[in-house]
Design a protein around this ligand. Structure first.
Ligand SMILES: Nc1nc2c(ncn2[C@@H]2O[C@H](COP(=O)(O)OP(=O)(O)OP(=O)(O)O)[C@@H](O)[C@H]2O)c(=O)[nH]1
Ligand SMILES: [Mg+2]
Length: 317
């Protein structure tokens, strides 16, 4: 039985841990090139699907998309990795996105689940909103072209693969991977449906050229939209610790074999260091020798386990 801790009894940090903004800046050449390629094909695109991580529905979407790619095109926001979030929060998040950001079409998906109802609802939704839109130069086209955009590692390629597998029963064709930056250029369009013909363009994940906000950058890092080693595993783990304490989420205490919550990743455990590996959005720390943390990510000798961090903690927004 997990012990209960009272947030009020602790003097937890009130401010997000500071890290140098440059560590959160990642805009390599392939992102710049990819953005230009995406802008060039816009006239042949009927609908833009923006994929984002469902754990951070209000943070980290790239404003460049809204300004330069979405414009007046029909737009669907796909919040992927539904399995890592808390289902009961979904209606509230959707309502908030609609009222505050005027986003009408929000779909939650699990890009790893062929039975996902959100994925299955996408094709009818695309057909419906494109039919009811002004297609300009493509008014007579019978096929539908859809561009998938989003920040890195949110599951863009996985969603396309899964749609192809659901609708066409074909094997996955696009490479996917747990580290941000797998897709590095605009891909040839892929058929995902036959009647009507729907094609999708996969694109590289694109971040903003500079970081506006440290906390937003850390949230993106925590969801693995930035590569861990660039930001620093300790900084990411420390932000997670800050976040969990701030929101009174203390399951980590038991998982890590602590007596009580701790608020300083450095003081939490100075000697024993877990060989660690943080991967694919769900942070996982494994006992391998491949990536060794030089800092005290583990508390009191316990390793943060995959099971713990894979559990939905909360929406990270
Ligand atoms: N838990 C979970 N993992 C997912 C889901 N969808 C995709 N993934 C995983 O997330 C990681 C990134 O998936 P990709 O499809 O490569 O993401 P992407 O947005 O195309 O990434 P880039 O091409 O690097 O921008 C992979 O390890 C996938 O297996 C999901 O719904 N839930
Ligand atoms: Mg990809």
């Amino acid at each position: 039985m997990a012990a209960k801790f009272d947030v009020a009894a602790y003097n937890f940090r009130q401010k997000c841990p500071y890290i140098n903004k440059d560590l959160l800046r990642w805009f390599p050449g392939h992102m710049n090139k990819g953005l230009k390629q995406m802008q060039r094909i816009l006239t042949s695109v009927d609908c833009v699907i923006e994929v984002h991580d469902a754990r951070i529905p209000f943070s980290g979407r790239n404003p460049i998309f809204t300004n330069t790619l979405i414009g007046a095109k029909p737009h669907i926001l796909v919040l992927n990795k539904r399995d890592l979030t808390i289902p009961s929060l979904i209606p509230k998040v959707k309502a908030q996105l609609k009222s505050e950001q005027k986003i009408e079409h929000v779909v939650y998906t699990n890009g790893k689940d062929q039975k996902c109802r959100g994925l299955k609802s996408l094709v009818p939704m695309i057909v419906d909103i494109v039919k009811n839109s002004n297609r300009y130069n493509r008014i007579d086209a019978e096929d539908y072209n859809v561009m998938i955009i989003g920040v890195p590692n949110v599951g863009k390629s996985s969603v396309i693969n899964m749609l192809r597998s659901i609708k066409l029963k074909v094997a996955h064709a696009l490479p996917v991977g747990a580290v941000a930056g797998v897709t590095r250029s605009l891909m040839t369009k892929m058929r995902i449906n036959n009647d009507p013909e729907i094609f999708m363009f996969d694109t590289p994940g694109i971040l903003e050229p500079s970081t506006r906000d440290i906390e937003m950058g850390l949230k993106l890092a925590l969801c693995a939209s930035l590569q861990d080693h660039m930001v620093g595993e300790e900084a990411i783990a420390d932000y997670l610790l800050y976040f969990l304490n701030k929101h009174g989420k203390f399951k980590y205490v038991e998982y890590m074999g602590l007596q009580e919550p701790c608020d300083d990743i450095n003081k939490a455990h100075p000697q024993e260091i877990a060989d660690s590996h943080i991967h694919q959005g769900a942070r996982s720390i494994k006992t391998t020798n491949t990536t060794s943390l030089s800092g005290p990510l583990s508390c009191n000798g316990q390793r943060v386990t995959k099971t713990f961090l894979k559990q939905p903690q909360t929406s990270t927004d």
